[in-house]
Design a protein around this ligand. Sequence first.
Ligand code: TEU
Length: 571
Amino acid sequence: MATPGAARSVSENEAWWKSAVVYQIYPRSFADSDNDGIGDLPGIVDQLDYLQELGIDVIWLSPVYRSPQQDNGYDVSDYQDVDPLFGTLEDLDRLIAAVHVRGMRLIMDLVVNHTSDQHPWFLASRASREAPTSDWYFWRDARPGTVAGEAGSEPNNWGASFGGSAWEWVPERGQYYLHLFAPSQPDLNWDNPDTREAIFAMMNWWLDRGIDGFRMDVINFISKDPEMPDGPLNRDGYGDGMPYFSYGPKIHAYLAEMKRRVFDPRPDTYLTVGEMPGVTPEQAREFTDREHGQLAMVFQYEHVFLDADGDKWTQRRMSINDLRDTLAKWQTALGDSGWNSLYWNNHDQPRVISRYGNDTTYWRESATALATVLHLHRGTPYVYQGEEIGMTNAPFAALDDFRDIESLDYYAKAVGTHLEEPSDVLDTLRRRSRDNSRTPMQWSAVPGAGFTTGSPWIGVNPNHSWLNVAAQRGTPGSIYEYYRALIALRHRLPVVVDGNFVAVHTGRDQIYAFRRHLGNTTLTVHANLSDLPVSFDRDDLTARDLVLTNYTPSRSGPGRLEPWEVRVHVL
Ligand code: TEU
């Protein structure tokens, strides 16, 4: 076995992740080497040349730990083993080594806000108040004056992300436990020092194994207000606990302790990215501050909620003004002392091209335009598998086609409790379901899309007949080749990594324009984020300093942008 990390210099104090491009793999849907219908680790090893050719620097692996798979691995029952669905620990060692041999890096998903209800820590905790892990979860008595175990007697009114109350009654203990997500995902009690100790030991074990960092699942939720007060009611009659756990009193203390116990003692630099629903720019700046912050970067949610009204299921039209203002706001807020992560897609989001782009008439143009503005921002860009070939939302025909716990729960509530029309609810799921991003990677036009020759765990998008890697790899003008060029630009031009950000006002609503400055170099991006051509008053966009465009350069004049046209100039 090659020594993990052999291809890297030993001590890198530089924040290498600033010039890196990360590629997220959702292992279940990426490549299935044994044709059981579920992607696996050997399948990923087979595709490393592909990722290297694309130019990516880091792989983020969604969870492959042992898990009952209620939430596709975001419910971990053993943090130090690989689920047999995906392979073995040895397969993972081989993957880490093969990634390092190519000069790339690998980060793992760290899911420590909660475990699976099948984790031995929880099994013992629920069985007895005397167990060593008795207090590793949030156990509470029934609300005073109520009959324990009956509806309405939960300790507070918080609702869970995946349905119902956030509290589950356990007769053996005569208490409720807290689960912010599904009942099968009990929240870990970070206020207990032993819990934290066990988590830090586990993280150290993984870093010793040679991985290069962590993507930390809902890490801003780990500190809960000990009072756990009721929250404002939503339409399901449950309270919103976000004000009491999304930025809890000890969040900075716990992340600082993690940094001290896990990362600081090591000579290497690690990529740490905290997923933080609800995080504000000010908080993000604190978390990522070069001097005092605890993480390299965070995933904020603001720009992926612009087409949602209140909750994610209620659609509203996203305005280009809002999008531009939000993106520019985060660029500016984390400009000097923090660092941004840049993403359009992940395994929780419908495909951006079907939301903010145009996945029919301007499929290629909008995919490349959205990619351009994202990648030329200041921050570390993330590519979610299939984004680099313009994968779209899927035409799910019926409820049976969905797999996601959140989607199925939403359907049950909307149809069962709120008596909504099943066809309307299916329409909502088609637009909003997380399964849109989870259909198999489209490698080729053959049945199974080259993902599997077996029966895939979730249907392959029929558009794989024309939308696939084989059709685009090496094809001039393809989305894939455009992503390669874009990633290469970041690697070639320091201004893309280090340049500051200045928004440019063109007086045209459809256009998002900005500059990046570094020393004497200025990079300028003009993007038409709409289906309509637009003219504007600029005479400095000459062909001379044009370094990238998604249209044939000579086609339009200096003061006109075609639908979804982008132009990148460097002077
Ligand atoms: O997601 C965090 C989260 O808040 C999700 O509820 C997200 O907002 C939602 O899926 C959007 O529809 C993380 C993981 O990324 C997700 O896959 C897990 O299901 C969740 O945590 C629980 O671990």
